[in-house]
Design a protein around this ligand. Structure first.
Ligand code: C2E
Ligand code: MG
Ligand code: MG
Ligand code: MG
Length: 283
């Protein structure tokens, strides 16, 4: 529609733009109460050892069940939560839920699955992060080595000195640290040596039908191993991609080929039926 302005000119609005802006405003307005109203839910996506094909752990992925808009994707609401300053409270809740859920699952099934939790840039910059992580571990009884925190290159690079200090604090707790979406950002080798990182997660965009035919992926994996890092490939969707990555000595894989992110109840069934058994996750 076009709206006449007083001076005789017109301002044009695309209806889609209106809808998108309205949705954004509504999401923003309801975000601060989403936590207390129990609208968040953590889903878990399996991570598989590519050599043994055993389930090694899960990544916690946040879901927002909005009363009006239904399931809102994290790529839409996480940036909003960052901007509006809600991400620390939400992140703390995710940490607590993920440690509690996976620790219970491990106890119930006699497993030693690890859980990885995404940490946003703003959380990394907040002074309470190390204490929050310690609190989530203490409350759940999860062994620190079973928790992995996923950080992005861009978050780490915002303030190198501060990042190094926070990462050291986290390492002192005994947790593992990984770099998420590796390859999409700066991918600088020099900072990898500066940070006490344990795991590199190769971004989904590299994982094509035959990722190893791309010398770049092979070189990244070799380089990571030289630096004593373990490598996880994200977004494995085909058996061909999995075979090529295994061939390139990639340590672990995650992707729709193995399983999609799922609610805790489904994860319990998944673990009960195929958890731990070799070959169980061969897709
Ligand atoms: P991420 O940490 O890189 O998570 C992996 C994303 O790839 C997930 O999207 C997952 O569902 C998707 N994925 C996994 N396997 C495949 C595959 O085979 N094919 C395709 N096409 N996609 C696959 P999701 O759950 O939508 O999350 C998107 C992003 O939102 C995450 O990317 C992460 O950056 C962020 N996020 C999710 N949960 C949290 C959270 O609790 N805290 C923070 N700070 N960020 C979160
Ligand atoms: Mg991640
Ligand atoms: Mg990722
Ligand atoms: Mg990603």
């Amino acid at each position: 529609q076009a709206k006449a302005l007083g001076n005789g000119s017109f301002q044009f609005f695309e209806p889609e733009m209106c809808i998108a802006a309205t949705r954004r405003l509504r999401l923003e307005a309801s975000l601060h109460r989403a936590l207390e109203q129990g609208q968040f839910e953590v889903h878990y996506q399996p991570r598989v050892d590519l050599r043994s094909m055993q389930l090694r752990g899960v990544e916690a992925l946040l879901r927002w069940n909005h009363p009006e808009f239904g399931r809102v994707p994290p790529l839409e609401f996480i940036p909003l939560a960052e901007e509006r300053g809600h991400i620390c409270a939400i992140g703390q809740w995710v940490l607590g839920a993920a440690c509690r859920d996976v620790q219970r699952l491990n106890e119930r099934f006699g497993l030693a699955l690890h859980v990885s939790v995404n940490v946003s840039a703003r959380q990394l910059r907040s002074p309470g992060l190390v204490a929050q992580v310690g609190q989530a571990l203490g409350a759940s009884g999860m062994p620190p080595a079973a928790l992995e925190l996923e950080l992005t290159e861009s978050a780490l690079i915002e303030d190198l000195d501060q990042s190094v200090a926070v990462l050291r604090g986290l390492k002192a707790l005994g947790v593992r640290l990984s770099i998420d979406d590796f390859g999409t950002g700066y991918s600088s080798l020099s900072y990898l040596k500066r940070f006490p990182i344990d795991v590199l997660k190769l971004d989904r965009s590299f994982i094509t039908e035959n990722p190893a035919s791309d010398g770049f992926v092979r070189a990244l994996i070799d380089m990571a191993h030289v630096l004593d890092l373990s490598v996880v490939a994200e977004g494995i969707e085909s058996a061909a991609a999995m075979a090529a990555l295994r061939d390139a000595s990639c340590d672990e894989g995650q992707g729709y080929l193995f399983a999609r992110p799922m609610p805790l109840r489904e994860l319990e069934d998944f673990v009960a039926h195929e958890g731990g058994r070799p070959g169980a996750c061969s897709g």
